[in-house]
Design a protein around this ligand. Sequence first.
Ligand code: UD1
Length: 359
Amino acid sequence: MSQLILHVVGARPNFMKAAPVIRALEQHNVGQYVVHTGQHYDRALSDVFFVELGLPEPDVNLGVGSGSHAQQTAALMTGLEAQLIERQPALVVVYGDVNSTLAAALVAAKLHIPVAHVEAGLRSFDLTMPEEINRRVTDNLSALLFVTSPEGMAYLAREGADPGAMHLVGNPMIDTLLSNLDRFDPRAVRTQLGLGDRYAVSTLHRPANVDDPATARAIVAAFSDVASALPVVIPLHPRGRESLRRAGLDDTTGVRIIDPIGYVEFLSLVRGASLVLTDSGGIQEETTILNVPCLTIRPNTERPITITHGTNQLVGPGEVSKQAMAILEGRVRYPEQRPPLWDGQAGPRIARIINEQYA
Ligand code: UD1
């Protein structure tokens, strides 16, 4: 009987990263246990991904829910500690940079259980982002660092990470994207939303963009300009809904606010879009592979490879409209090279290493 590998997932961007790793470990007949922390609990932010990605139902859902950073992280740690003591896994696998990732790494490290971090080595060097704190601490505590792009290897080396722990494996979220490519049909979602063939898609939820009323207003003004050229569809995350509403987003002609949508529907929408406007991390990577121009409304990115090897550009709120118009006029730079190892095989690479070392 192999030893138990315990995965911790909790928030929307975790699920598409975990799916290929869990699936590839199944091929090695490894004992697995999936803990969902319940950080995200709305159907549209959680359940729908398990169904669409064919993920096994989590073995347990801790139902932690929302709260301030300290409250949420404390509740996550308390719930996870009980699970880890009960299950005594050989390895805890954590994904990305959300609060569930950080909490799981802290709890496992203090119980002397090794941690594997999937998506290690990303750095924005911006400690005002909670994700940057989460990923730095998680990397520091991890025995296995699964890195998505070469600059991540360099950052980890510079921070003194053990070279034996670092593995450049590619991007498991892109495994999920590539294996579902046939399902991304822009026509169906366009018909459903009554869109023509020219539209922009947007997502916004970063505290730096939605919490500050002046920034939120500047973004809404930019969207208003873009929406005078083509419709802008926004599946709006619950975080920021109120502040964007107060900044006038609902009353902006040409902007269509819809509820969060599932994985297949969202990527179908992105695949057919003329332009994406976002502050998400993962969407910078997905547009890179789908070859859709992406304007990231942030001063920095932990994913610079999406700029050098993708369609991504960083813009301030005041530059959105000008850059969007340039893209719509056809001034688009498409990458000549894809990021190395973003080939759909990251999950199997990760599983092979875990199987050799811990199962
Ligand atoms: C979290 C991650 C962020 C990631 C995002 C993707 C952290 C620190 N942030 O941000 O990196 O990009 O997920 O979605 O972990 N809420 C709901 N329903 C839910 C979950 C949350 O309405 O199912 C609302 C609540 O008002 C909650 C707020 O969203 O207070 C924030 O949720 P939280 O999990 O703290 O962070 P996200 O903003 O979702």
